[in-house]
Design a protein around this ligand. Structure first.
Ligand code: NAD
Ligand code: UD1
Length: 309
């Protein structure tokens, strides 16, 4: 399928733009659909003739019908990625994070496009992973509108698979980090905020005591998994966790950033976020079984690359 056309929704964003680069490098044609709410044109190789950019919203059903025409497969990454943003604006977030998925399913069914890679989230497990590595069968406990929309999207993809032969490859990403993760909003991913502030010598604010943990995964390690899922001869149903089965607390993360830079600015603490998950760590045995994983980028190396060291 080397020169086939792939639709990447959210392709101007952090993960989507890395995927777009990889697909273009592999010889594919890529159609990016993005509303540029958090994504940037500067993330895209706009001078590449194999790249097409559609500016618009996944909540626009007519646009989605046009977007899938001629595509071999779709990577559906467009969403409001911030859990906190969904808490502040559940209705607005729902348009992007749920209606967008439903529109895509309908558009794919009508156009006869089958393969879709979907970016779900560890957020669907809520706090059920407290103290353990969460396997895919762990009972779901979506604590926020973000998590509810991700889980509902998974269920809809499953329905379209059973009813209409869609081929969804669903990944539950844990915390992805790396270059192009936009640090400019208080809603941005924690590593992008902490590293940007550390480089600028500005105070860093931790929500809560800093003992909450995450399973951080470097974006360059994620992209080959998405490419494999887009091009595999067949997909096996059921969502797959993407993490390393490693817990890093925010306090450990800050220490690691300090080690790379040689020093840290002042660190302050404020109240924990509503709905914030305390501990999140992936059981990744299914991922290792189903996909070819390159050696993982250690957190320290990923941070060093981000910090330009
Ligand atoms: P991002 O904000 O950089 O990318 C999201 C992209 O989608 C942006 O380019 C944005 O402009 C676009 N977008 C948002 N709403 C849209 C809409 N209604 N219509 C069209 N485009 C829209 O975030 P990211 O970290 O690259 O996240 C990509 C996907 O991965 C999201 O679905 C997110 O929920 C999921 N995810 C991310 C992480 C993570 O740690 N970064 C973890 C789990 C799941
Ligand atoms: C992140 C992703 C979400 C994904 C989920 C999967 C982003 C923006 N969010 O959510 O899309 O589905 O992982 O696990 O990419 N924090 C601070 N100070 C800050 C910012 C954050 O202390 O300035 C804390 C938060 O309260 C939280 C932790 O850092 O405890 C991680 O926050 P964040 O990076 O927003 O990620 P998640 O909420 O885990």
């Amino acid at each position: 399928m080397s020169d086939s056309l792939i639709l990447v929704t959210g392709g101007a964003g952090f993960i989507g733009s890395h995927l777009t680069d990889a697909l273009l490098a592999a010889g594919h044609r890529v159609r990016v659909l993005d509303n540029f709410s958090t994504g940037q044109r500067s993330n895209l190789a706009l001078d590449n003739p194999r790249l097409e950019v559609l500016q618009g919203d996944v909540a626009d059903a007519a646009l989605m019908r046009r977007a899938v025409v001629g595509c071999q497969a779709v990577a559906h990454l467009a969403a409001v990625a911030s859990v906190q943003a969904s808490v502040d604006d559940p209705v607005g977030t729902h348009q992007s994070n749920f209606i967008g998925t439903l529109n895509l399913c309908e558009a794919m069914r009508e156009a006869g496009v089958r393969r879709v890679v979907y970016a779900s989230s560890a957020a669907v497990y809520g706090n059920n992973g407290e103290g353990v590595a969460v396997g895919e069968d762990t009972p779901k406990a979506p604590l926020t509108p973000y998590a509810v929309d991700k889980l509902a999207s998974e269920f809809y993809l499953d329905f379209f698979q059973r009813q209409h032969g869609l081929e969804p490859a669903i990944f539950r990403f844990f915390n992805i980090f790396g270059p192009r993760q936009d640090p400019s909003s208080p809603y941005s991913g924690v590593i992008s905020i902490f590293t940007e502030r550390a480089l600028a010598g500005k105070p860093i604010c931790v929500f809560g005591d800093g003992e909450q943990t995450r399973d951080f995964f470097y974006v360059a390690d994620l992209v080959p998994l998405l490419v494999q899922a887009l091009s595999a001869a067949k997909v096996t149903s059921g969502a797959v966790n993407v993490g390393h089965n490693q817990s890093i607390s925010l306090n450990q993360l800050l220490a690691a950033i300090g080690e790379v830079l040689g020093s840290l600015p002042a660190v302050t603490h404020t109240a924990a976020r509503a709905g914030d998950i305390r501990h999140s760590r992936a059981d990744n045995s299914l991922l290792c079984q189903r996909f070819q994983l390159a050696p993982a980028t250690p957190l320290q190396d990923g941070l060093a690359r981000l910090l330009g060291r």
